[in-house]
Design a protein around this ligand. Structure first.
Ligand SMILES: Cc1cc2nc3c(=O)[nH]c(=O)nc-3n(C[C@H](O)[C@H](O)[C@H](O)COP(=O)(O)OP(=O)(O)OC[C@H]3O[C@@H](n4cnc5c(N)ncnc54)[C@H](O)[C@@H]3O)c2cc1C
Length: 393
């Protein structure tokens, strides 16, 4: 949609072919229905793929400030939260879809929904697009079919096939920003509990990832923004362990001292209430039971157990057994090889006249609005460059 708007603003006659019955189905579901559409801390370090510098020029040409100004001009007011995440002021992802739709209409962009493109063929002077019920010709084509993530919302991976058929190469595809499955049934009992934690990803003795933030316990394992942040690494490393430090503000000695003070001042309570007031009650109880201790032990008789419990709360560990797959993932790690595209214009070096933007390329961003910012930035650059004669911006 952003690519179409950019191209139409340059004066091009644009048609959008959308596989689904309406535009922006996935967009309408982003950010738990709130759409975290950008982040003020957007920079190159937030993006991953085989070619680390590929996004530089696109993010310089179309940065967060420019994209937000564009949205404002389209009628969308936004707010920023304390960690730089940007949301629509309406708190409703549907508003983002709506202002894009209205802008497409105002620019007289033709929109054909329920119309999957099956094939793109290079023909003399342009391209032939094959649909179920017919064909269309085009001078230029922008492939913006997204990735494989969020299958039920439209992540079908068609863009990879279309570009591969035009001669492009696709790197290995993996789910990223995804819930992790963990060994055992401990998390099942904590289903629905959310907590703040410092999360470490350990592979053998090495720490290969860390993030501070919210963790959610689920039936199958772990979820939440802090888990998403380490998930792209976890998915690639079999047998890794996620360790949660539930008291990142204090070291083990300090926590041990706190627990001893509690036991001293409330000797009549039991271990089940040792952590009450610090973490959710259910989590406190599971910490105790997972250390093999009975929750009924009186605090007056628990002194010798408190060090173990402090250590457990500082290292509440889960072995990762897998992930919840593309259907549950927010983004695809991997995609069409970026070396095959001009980073200034996003035009194919293999098939001139073809452009690509968004998740279909081998670019995936961190959790926090970076993936949609990539969609806006790359869409804008691909659209405006495709519309200009010769393709160069
Ligand atoms: C549940 C969920 C929540 C998310 N939340 C956030 C968030 O809050 N912030 C953030 O930054 N990112 C978020 N993301 C990631 C973000 O939505 C994507 O990275 C982004 O939408 C990618 O944009 P895109 O335009 O490349 O692809 P998409 O948004 O997937 O759009 C591609 C479109 O192409 C259509 N299409 C596919 N194949 C064909 C075909 N053959 N012919 C015609 N049309 C076709 C699809 O139906 C789809 O509408 C979330 C993802 C999911 C799944």
């Amino acid at each position: 949609m952003m690519a179409a708007i950019a191209a139409a603003e340059q004066g091009a006659r644009v048609t959008v072919f959308e596989r689904q019955a309406r535009l922006g189905r996935k967009l309408a579901a982003t950010g738990n229905g709130r759409c975290n559409l950008s982040n003020t801390h957007t920079d190159l370090s937030r993006y991953h793929g085989e070619e680390s510098g590929f996004c530089r020029s696109v993010l310089e040409q179309e940065n967060t400030v420019r994209s937000l100004k564009r949205f404002r001009d389209m009628g969308l007011l936004t707010v920023e939260n304390e960690d730089g995440r940007i949301y629509p002021m309406s708190d409703n992802a549907g508003s983002v879809v709506d202002v894009l739709r209205f802008t497409l209409e105002a620019l007289h962009v033709r929109v054909n929904c329920g119309c999957p493109v099956k094939k793109v063929n290079k023909v003399s002077g342009g391209f032939l697009l094959g649909m179920e019920n017919g064909r269309e010709t085009a001078d230029r084509v922008i492939v913006s079919c997204g990735g494989k993530a969020g299958g039920k919302l439209g992540g079908v991976g068609d863009g990879y096939r279309i570009l591969e058929e035009l001669g492009h190469r696709c790197t290995a595809l993996r789910p990223a920003l995804v819930q992790l499955r963990t060994e055992g049934t401990l998390t099942r009992g904590l289903k629905g509990v959310r907590t703040q934690a410092q999360v470490y990803l350990r592979h053998g003795k090495r720490i290969t990832g860390m993030e501070r933030g919210e963790v959610q316990f689920t039936e199958y394992g772990l979820s939440g923004p802090a888990i998403f942040a380490i998930s792209r690494e976890a998915v690639q490393k079999p047998k890794c362990v996620v360790s949660l430090d539930l008291f990142p503000e204090m070291d083990t000695d300090e926590l041990h001292a706190l627990l001893k003070w509690r036991a001293r001042t409330r000797p009549g309570l039991t271990l089940d209430d040792l952590f009450t007031g610090t973490v959710q009650n259910r989590l406190g109880r599971v910490l105790v039971s997972s250390a093999g201790l009975s929750g009924g032990i009186l605090l007056s008789e628990s002194e010798h157990l408190l060090r173990t419990l402090a250590e457990r709360a500082k290292d509440f560990s889960f072995r990762v057994t897998g992930d919840l797959g593309f259907d549950q993932a927010q983004v695809t790690s991997g995609g069409i090889c970026t070396r095959e595209f001009d980073p200034e214009t996003l035009e194919s070096r293999i098939c001139p006249g073809v452009y690509a933007c968004g998740e279909v390329l081998d670019v995936d961003g961190d959790c926090g609005g970076f993936n949609l910012q990539w969609a806006w930035s790359s869409g804008w650059v691909a659209g405006s460059c495709a519309a200009r004669s010769g393709g160069k911006c």
